[in-house]
Ligand binder design. Structure first.
Ligand code: F6P
Length: 365
């Protein structure tokens, strides 16, 4: 044993592949580097409340294929904005000094933070206070900058694609328009890629505000050509031109307060009104985040975990592991903080969609 200790936490919304990272980090730390691993419970909450488990080879064995995270997670916990009940009132406190004190008391040599943009931003802020941080990018939204992709995305894309495939047959039987709503927050990657893979007739993403007239035009044109059904794939963040995103819920004690949802119903109502064709809505929701990861996500998560431990062992801190082409690399975490990767208007995927006759909800050349 090297007497070195590394902490790991999973923050933000869960996604398939988190357990593969926990397993990869723990096994690599123990077998390759002789280090001890402690896992904080429920993301940054564990680093605030002093809740953790020692991770051994035995307790990470068999978790590779499991969805979720054995450590638990939280998309509310933030040591820089901790919500506490005092004298019957919720107040927001900065407890980051206390979290840093715990980091030191536990004699941690490094902390591996597995999460999305929110987690990377908090981790980067802890790095500025002296913690040795390595970030691992996860999210089904694929909206982290400085990496080609994130683990979790491939699984969510496969689930959404299968759903679109299944909706095709029922839409066809009933001569209906099906509007399927997929997650992704402000980024359209999940809708775009599952929509192209599933052959959606219209794909609506937040980056391209849509016009209902264009969707109606596509549906009517398909009817004229004998296709008496249509599939509209709508990102939860899709927005009508001149309108606003549809908010499903405001979570006031979460750093990211807005939860999107409900745009599909809004679109379906308008299509039905205009065309008199029956419309139905399918909201995939958290199904996209559950269950076993695809082989690609298991492999990526394992490669990220090994790279993260290699960085820890080399003392190369305040980095986020990333994938560039076929290479697993690392980038300064500072470059990732507070940024989101959105779909560019000139994306090859949009071009490919246009070439095969997909509409993006507005007239495009
Ligand atoms: O960021 C992942 C994600 O699943 C988004 O796609 C979605 O908008 C959000 O999290 C949902 O959050 P919650 O789990 O709090 O409902």
């Amino acid at each position: 044993m090297s007497n070195k200790r590394v902490g790991i936490l999973t923050g933000g919304g869960d996604c398939p592949g988190l357990n593969a990272v926990i397993r990869g980090v723990t096994k690599t730390a123990i077998t390759r580097y002789g280090m001890e691993v402690i896992g904080f419970k429920d993301g940054f909450e564990g680093l605030i409340d002093n809740r953790f488990v020692i991770l051994t080879y035995e307790n990470v064995s068999g978790i590779l294929t499991q969805g979720g995270t054995i450590l638990g997670t939280s998309n509310k916990a933030n040591p820089f904005q901790h919500h506490v009940l005092e004298n019957g009132k919720i107040i927001v406190k900065d407890v980051s000094d206390e979290s840093m004190a715990l980091y030191k008391d536990l004699s941690l040599d490094a902390l591996i933070a597995v999460g999305g943009d929110g987690t990377m931003t908090i981790a980067g802020m802890l790095a500025k206070k002296g913690a040795n941080i390595v970030g691992v990018p996860k999210t089904i939204d694929k909206d982290l900058v400085e990496t080609d992709t994130t683990f979790g995305f491939d699984t969510a894309r496969a689930i959404a694609t299968e759903a679109i495939d299944r909706l095709h047959s029922t839409a066809q039987s009933h001569h209906r328009v099906m509007v399927v709503e997929v997650m992704g927050r402000n980024a359209g990657w999940l809708a775009l890629e599952s929509g192209i893979a599933g052959g959606g007739d219209v794909i609506l993403i937040p980056e391209i505000p849509f016009e209902i007239e264009e969707i109606v035009r596509v549906v009517r044109q398909r009817s004229r050509f004998g296709k008496r059904f249509s599939i509209v794939v709508a990102s939860e963040g899709a927005v009508q031109k001149g309108g606003e995103q549809v908010v499903q819920k405001v979570v006031s004690d979460s750093p990211e307060k807005i939860r999107l949802g409900g745009i599909a119903q809004h679109i379906a109502n308008q299509i039905e009104n205009e065309t008199k064709i029956e419309c139905r809505v399918a909201i995939l929701g958290h199904l996209q985040r559950g269950g076993t990861p695809t082989p690609m996500d298991r492999i990526l998560a394992t490669q990220f975990a090994v790279k993260a431990m290699d960085l820890v062992a080399k003392g190369n801190f305040n980095q986020m592991v990333a994938v560039h082409g076929n290479q697993i690399v690392s980038v300064p975490i500072e470059k990732v903080m507070g940024r989101q990767k959105l779909v560019p208007r000139d994306s090859d995927l949009i071009e490919a969609g246009l070439s095969v006759g997909t509409s993006f909800g507005i007239k495009m050349d």
